[in-house]
Design a protein around this ligand. Structure first.
Ligand SMILES: [Fe+2]
Length: 239
C-alpha cells in the first residue's frame, strides 16, 4: 500500500485537502474520479483553484496542459518515451521550477508504466553530511547553467534533479560527481513507493520535495490513439 492520500474529485474540501497533502510527507496525493475530456476542463479548473498554472509553448495551444504520451521522434528517455524514467523533478533547467505537478491519467499502458515517488525527508537521511554538502554546491550543469541539486528555500530543503538530463548535458566527465549521483539514485530508489495510476486518477506532487518516475511500459503499437496518455499541468501553489 502506498502512502499517498486518495481524495475524491467531488469532495467539498478538495482544494484544502490537496494543499495540506502537498506540504506534508509524502508530498502529494491522488484525486480519484476526475473527469477528462478533449478540452481538459476539469484539469484546468483544478489547476486554477490550486494556484497559478505555468503556460509553456510546447503545451496544447501554448496553454497549461501537455499531452504526455509516446512520441516516435523522441529518443531521449524522458516522459515521451516508453523507457524507464528514473526518479526526477520536473523543469530542472528552469530558473524557478514550479512547485506542483498534476498528472491526470486518461489511458494507462497495456502493461507496465507503474509510477513511483520518494520524499526527500526519506532519502536524504541515507546520505552522509559530506554528500549533502556536495549536492548543495553549484556544481551541476542543467543545460543552461550551473546550479545546486539541493537548496534551502524559506528554511525548507528543495531538490531539483534529473539524472538523465545531468548526464546528457555535463560538459565534462567527472567520476566523483557521477559516484555521488549514483548514491543519490540508490537512496531515492531504496525508499521509493510504487503505485499504478488508473483512468480518471490525477497524481498531484510537490515538485520541490518529492521526486517521481515511472517504470518502462508496453504501449499499443498498432493504434497510436490507444496508447498510454496522461495530461499534465504544472503550477505555483497558492497557499
Ligand atoms: Fe516528471
Amino acid at each position: 500500500m502506498h502512502p499517498l492520500s486518495l481524495f475524491s474529485y467531488h469532495q467539498p474540501d478538495l482544494i484544502e485537502a490537496i494543499k495540506t497533502a502537498l506540504l506534508a510527507k509524502p508530498g502529494g496525493c491522488i484525486v480519484t474520479g476526475m473527469p477528462y475530456s478533449d478540452d481538459d476542463e476539469a484539469l484546468k479548473s483544478l489547476s486554477y483553484q490550486l494556484g497559478e498554472p505555468l503556460l509553456e509553448p510546447h503545451n496544447l495551444r501554448g496553454g497549461m496542459v501537455c499531452r504526455v504520451e509516446v512520441e516516435s521522434r523522441e529518443d531521449r528517455p524522458y516522459a515521451s518515451t516508453s523507457q524507464h524514467f528514473p526518479g526526477h523533478t520536473d523543469c530542472v533547467d528552469y530558473a524557478e521550477p514550479p512547485d506542483t505537478v498534476l498528472l491526470l491519467c486518461e489511458r494507462p499502458a497495456i502493461s507496465g508504466g507503474e509510477s513511483f515517488a520518494a520524499h526527500l525527508d526519506d532519502f536524504l537521511p541515507l546520505l552522509s553530511a559530506e554528500e549533502i554538502f556536495a549536492l548543495n554546491k553549484t556544481d551541476f550543469y542543467f543545460r543552461y547553467g550551473y546550479l545546486p541539486i539541493l537548496t534551502l528555500q524559506q528554511s525548507k530543503v528543495a531538490i531539483r534533479y534529473n539524472r538523465i538530463m545531468l548526464d546528457l548535458f555535463q560538459p565534462d566527465h567527472n567520476p566523483e560527481r557521477e559516484a555521488l549521483l549514483d548514491r543519490l539514485d540508490d537512496a531515492i530508489q531504496s525508499v521509493s513507493f510504487r503505485f499504478s495510476l488508473q483512468q480518471g486518477e490525477c497524481l498531484i506532487l510537490n515538485n520541490h520535495t518529492t521526486v517521481h518516475g515511472r517504470t518502462a511500459f508496453v504501449d499499443n503499437q498498432s493504434n497510436q490513439t490507444q496508447g498510454r496518455l496522461l495530461k499534465r499541468s504544472r503550477l505555483s501553489l497558492q497557499v
